[in-house]
Design a protein around this ligand. Structure first.
Ligand code: UDP
Length: 181
């Protein structure tokens, strides 16, 4: 058997990647497929952390465009990521994978608070750890959260899954800016 290229990864699906073809809300088949793919990686002995996006429900700039307070709008966006985290946890656990959700905004009835050492311990025990609520701060995105958590937990790779078919990391949105590098 070939050994995996990385020992520990952060996987960052955009909210849209969990939404299925419509790009909105959540899609049961997409969640199930995503869960199975995550479990296949875990079964190779790779520690898997998931940082979920939330754009399938709300992006902060949507509210800002209509005059909503920007911080308030970002709080709504972060709550969207918590819904995605709980849905993905459900899909993983129905497929037999022990999973913990840690939220950067404390909501102890439904998720653990983000505690780095505790997250590392979950990984040692073979659990998939899902980080919800981004960084917990407005004016950031879940991509920033993924990079931050990847550094904090000493991940070997950060992998991003998008719905839009963008094939890498660019200095601008390649769908809008043809010269993006
Ligand atoms: N968000 C935030 N702080 C964070 C992460 C996310 O305020 O640290 C808010 C922000 O409004 C963002 C929304 O949550 O638009 C959803 O996250 P993101 O746009 O990154 O989701 P994705 O595009 O990956 O689906």
């Amino acid at each position: 058997m070939t050994s995996p290229r990385w020992k520990r990864i952060v996987f960052k699906p955009s909210g849209e990647a969990l939404a299925g073809p419509s790009g909105y809300g959540l899609d049961g088949d997409t969640l199930d497929l995503t869960a199975k793919e995550i479990i296949a990686v875990r079964e190779m002995g790779v520690d898997v952390v998931v940082v979920v996006g939330g754009g399938n429900f709300w992006r902060g700039r949507q509210g800002a465009m209509t005059g909503m307070d920007a911080t308030q709008s970002d709080h709504i966006g972060m709550l969207g990521t918590v819904m995605n985290a709980l849905a993905l946890q459900d899909a993983l656990e129905r497929n037999g994978q022990d999973t913990r959700v840690q939220s950067a905004i404390e909501m102890p009835r439904i998720a653990e608070p983000y505690i780095r050492r505790r997250a590392m311990r979950h990984l040692e025990k073979g659990r998939v750890v899902i980080f919800a609520a981004g960084t917990g701060n407005p004016f950031f995105t879940t991509d920033t959260a993924a990079a931050l958590r990847a550094a904090e937990i000493d991940a070997d790779a950060l992998l991003k899954g998008t719905h839009s078919g963008v094939d890498g990391v660019y200095d601008a949105d390649p769908r809008l800016v043809p010269t993006a590098k």
